[in-house]
Design a binder for this molecule. Structure first.
Ligand SMILES: Cc1cc2nc3c(=O)[nH]c(=O)nc-3n(C[C@H](O)[C@H](O)[C@H](O)COP(=O)(O)O)c2cc1C
Length: 329
């Protein structure tokens, strides 16, 4: 059971924090399609305490997407505590600390997975945040720095000891980045040493993976990152598979194109037409995956800077696909 603050969800299926992906519009789309909890991308603590407007904008959440967590990262206790206080004012349902980012310039500053190099310091940093805010604090981390220094059992215990309310484990090491198989077998071992909810992350690409992750590990929740990009139906499909034993949602061209447009429409409401359209370009590959002549359509969409143009191209394309299907019957 994922019980954190006011959230109580059995087998929670969550959208992972993803830089430049998990913005309000994508979080809303995923919530509409069954994600139980969603997270902001990681927000730099130094940027927040320095009052960077660009960084502060990343904290923006809206009521329709609740339950939502804000994720912050950094390596200084003072700045993380300050950032946590700033994030708390946005009133998220929980505050998550990133202790898993593998990227060189984050780890190089001792943040993200860099915190795993010194679990004692990581504990003090997390304690500083937990003791400062009244929000429930969770942590997202990795197994360890590399396969010879896996410290996740010690880290889990340390996190629980200072009052962390749930732990998400990306079941890879820092040196693996996003490559190689995630080792889910650590989840039951972690659950043996702590009582707080443990969330599995890593390598969940299909609804079947979600079910298998719960069945094999007894995780309290699973968190999906890349498997949701261009494929936000994964949440709905996984729920159907778990609750009724089969998937009833049909992901056809109508659903794919309508979801793509819905996502763009929500993005425009949040960030304005031009920026939303430019940023939406990275999602076309996923949303149109496997459709006839998709590459030509994607190419045409790259030229468009207004919603009406995108809508026109996509709805005309949908018509063509449906007519083609009729003729093919
Ligand atoms: C584009 C992208 C951005 C990411 N940004 C973040 C982030 O801001 N915070 C974080 O904790 N993890 C971030 N991650 C890592 C994911 O949350 C997740 O841990 C990782 O992708 C493994 O999950 P997956 O196998 O389901 O993709 C990011 C991953 C991707 C692909």
């Amino acid at each position: 059971m994922f019980s954190v603050g006011k959230i109580n969800i059995d087998k929670a299926i969550m959208l992972a924090p993803m830089e430049d992906i998990s913005d309000v519009s994508f979080r809303l789309v995923c919530r509409e399609l069954g994600a139980d909890v969603v997270y902001t991308e990681f927000v730099n603590s130094e940027g927040l305490v320095r009052k960077s407007e660009k960084t502060h904008k990343k904290l923006e959440i809206i009521d329709d997407e609740r339950p939502v967590g804000i994720q912050i990262y950094g390596s200084g206790i003072e700045s993380m505590v300050g950032a946590a206080q700033i994030a708390e004012r946005e009133n998220p349902d929980l505050l998550d600390i990133n202790a898993g980012c593998w990227v060189k310039n984050v780890v190089g500053h001792g943040a993200g997975a860099g915190l795993l190099k010194d679990p004692e310091f990581m504990q003090r940093l997390v304690k500083g945040v937990v003791d400062t805010v009244s929000l429930p604090v969770t942590v997202k981390t990795r197994l360890g720095i590399d396969s010879s220094s896996i410290k996740i059992l010690e880290v889990a215990k340390r996190m629980e000891d200072v009052g962390v309310k749930a732990l998400t484990v990306h079941c890879r090491t820092r040196v693996m980045g996003h490559k190689g198989d995630a080792d889910w077998s650590w989840i039951p071992k972690i659950k043996e040493v702590v009582k707080i909810p443990v969330v599995l992350n890593g390598n969940i690409m299909t609804a079947e993976d979600v079910k298998r992750a719960f069945d094999e590990t007894g995780a309290d929740g699973v968190m999906i990152a890349r498997g949701a990009i261009g494929n936000p139906w994964i949440f709905k499909e996984a729920k159907e598979l778990i609750n009724q034993g089969f998937i009833s949602t049909v992901i056809d061209e109508t659903l794919m194109i309508k979801t793509c447009l819905r996502h763009l429409y929500l993005a425009i409401n949040v960030k304005g037409e031009r920026r939303a359209i430019l940023e939406h370009r990275k999602f076309y590959t996923g949303y149109l995956k496997g459709l006839r002549n998709a590459s030509q359509i994607r190419k045409a969409l790259m030229e468009i800077t207004e919603y009406n143009g995108v809508e026109y191209i996509l709805l005309k394309y949908l018509d063509e696909l449906l007519n083609y299907n009729k003729l093919a019957v």
